[in-house]
Design a protein around this ligand. Structure first.
Ligand SMILES: C[S@@+](CC[C@H](N)C(=O)[O-])C[C@H]1O[C@@H](n2cnc3c(N)ncnc32)[C@H](O)[C@@H]1O
Length: 331
């Protein structure tokens, strides 16, 4: 069993006074767990997938599903109100969800809009639900966002949806993705991009004066954020989300562009904290795997940051996604 993924505090072997042997033990455990996981993965891994930051096992699929329901609750919509309005008079809207993961968003929208035709594409089909249980208006298939858009999909969609592309591929340059989304859309079609903004999480404290005592702070210096940045360069991947409007206007070919910061909803903070602990822990495990980190001080820094996050949350701190939704209409 992988010790970082356990919720049992006793199994976290590293403390701030760790010996090198204990850190080596931690590293071996992480390597072993990934070796076992690799057996279940498909044989051919496209180049763009070699740096994917998360696992694709059953636990991760459950995390994505829980995260979907958390995020649409926090947003208050599955389709941004402008996008929903834009397609309300289209009898059979065509919708595509790119980097669909386990297809939960696509599955949900297909059920909510039974007259729509929905497609979900991902570089890996490892997390797709079985065909027999998919809604009849939902198709799922494989596609690498860094490859050219296939002819059968070009200019065909009223809505392109993407979510959590932070983890997608090595590309720090999002212009490749923006160009790709434009190719999928019909003229006048809408893109909805739900994403984390740098530095990914808010530390949230609720004091005795709640509901007036909710304090939120997004700090790049919080240890788990510092090691995430150092090892996975999340600022380069996501920092531009702050300039969503400018980036799209500069790219050209887009009309209305807007971004909404999604407020924290206190009643969701428990599940949000649990999901973020799981995701950040897994991302750091992946950093160890794909970067093959063997340096003692780097491993110790990562394990201490993970442990501090867990201890802070055990003592009443909470974490929330620094969550934004951007929409853009193709000219
Ligand atoms: C964190 S998951 C998010 C899944 C889904 N969008 C959601 O919000 O539940 C990121 C997804 O991006 C996919 N992905 C990564 N690189 C990709 C690429 N180059 N092309 C297509 N999908 C990619 C991964 O396989 C994974 O399913």
């Amino acid at each position: 069993m992988c010790i970082w993924r356990s919720n049992c505090k006793d199994t976290i072997v590293c403390s701030r006074t760790d010996t090198k042997d204990e850190v080596r033990l931690l590293f071996k455990s992480i390597s072993d767990s990934f070796d076992k996981m690799a057996i279940h993965e498909h044989n051919h891994v496209p180049d763009a997938d070699k740096e994917y930051m998360l696992p694709r096992d059953g636990r991760e699929t459950i995390r994505l599903t829980a995260q979907h329901y958390l995020l649409i609750n926090r947003q208050g919509w599955i389709l941004h109100p402008d996008v929903e309005k834009a397609i309300e008079n289209i009898p059979h809207p065509k919708i595509i969800d790119l980097a669909t993961g386990n297809g939960t968003w696509a599955f949900d929208i297909a059920q909510k809009l039974p007259n729509s035709s929905v497609c979900g594409l991902d570089i890996s089909k490892a997390q797709f639900p079985a065909k027999a249980i998919r809604p009849s208006n939902l198709e799922l298939d494989t596609y690498d966002l860094l490859q050219d858009v296939p002819d059968e999909h070009r200019g065909k969609y009223d809505v392109v949806h993407v979510r959590l592309l932070l983890c997608a591929g090595p590309a720090a340059d999002k212009s490749v993705f923006i160009e790709c989304f434009q190719k999928f859309l019909k003229p006048g079609g809408w893109l909805q991009w739900d994403e984390l903004s740098y530095p990914l999480v808010f530390n949230v404290h609720i004091d005795a004066n709640y509901p007036n005592g909710l304090h939120q702070k997004a700090s790049a210096e919080y240890p788990i954020m510092r090691v995430t940045q150092k090892n996975l360069r999340v600022k380069e991947r996501l920092g531009w989300m702050d300039d969503f409007e400018t980036t799209f206007h500069d790219a050209g070919g887009w009309g209305i562009v807007k971004k909404v910061n999604i407020p924290i909803r206190p009643h969701l903070l428990k599940i949000e904290t649990d999901l973020l602990i799981a995701a950040l822990t897994d991302m750091m495990e992946t950093a160890v795997r794909i970067k093959k980190i063997k340096d003692y001080s780097d491993l110790a820094e990562i394990s201490q940051a993970v442990q501090q996050m867990r201890e802070d949350c055990d003592s009443g701190s909470m974490l929330a996604y620094n969550w934004v939704c951007g929409v853009a209409q193709k000219c």
